[in-house]
Design a protein. Sequence first.
Length: 247
Amino acid sequence: MPVNVTSIFGCHYKNHELITDGIKLKYKINSKEESVVTRVLIGADGANSMVRKSSHPHEVFPTLYMAIQEWYEVDQASPYFSSIFNNEITDFYSWTIPKDGYLLVGSAIHAHQDVNKKFEILKEKLKRYGFVFGKRVRRNGAFIYRPMQLGHIQYGRNHIALVGEAAGWISPSSAEGISYSMKSAWLLAGCLNNSLQDFIGPYRKKMRSMRINILMKHLKSPAMYNPVIRRLVMKSGLLSMDVIEPS
């Protein structure tokens, strides 16, 4: 008897095959290979999704980036966030964030480039602008997608659904993805509650507003990533906030 929905969170996905009763899923947990038959498989395994690669082998995938972030101890963190646009480092963007006595330095760099070398260039450039790094206490890294066209977004097929970044739901302008992940999972859950057989069509329909949102992010991107347009927008002061000096 197949189970209705299978989660492979915390497991290492191996592969799957379509069978009469649904999907036979193979995975590894605690170094032991297991298998289960399920009616629905949900790929929520983020960028570089193995579930998506197996279920959509001939589809066009979004551009893959590696996001790196390091935490540094600082005597006094700068009281502002910053976004850095420098094509020598990445065609996406880098950032600094003050947080709880630390300075967070990060960048989203094309995964097929020398990521560590590019990240070191970023830090050297920041030092020239007066940033002082103390002891590094943490370093994180993760793959992220950057959907550059609506065709990069996939919903799933054959009793397999994709949510979050596995589906390509992430902002192509800011790389924000948690809101898309939560909304896509919530909307898919509603479709599955209605039917475990015919859910891809309704799921696709409910996600139309998110597709429009991603399209609007595409329209916004040139103003952020074209140096000439970005300079003109910043000089105009459009949507800028007044600076309030501390009393």
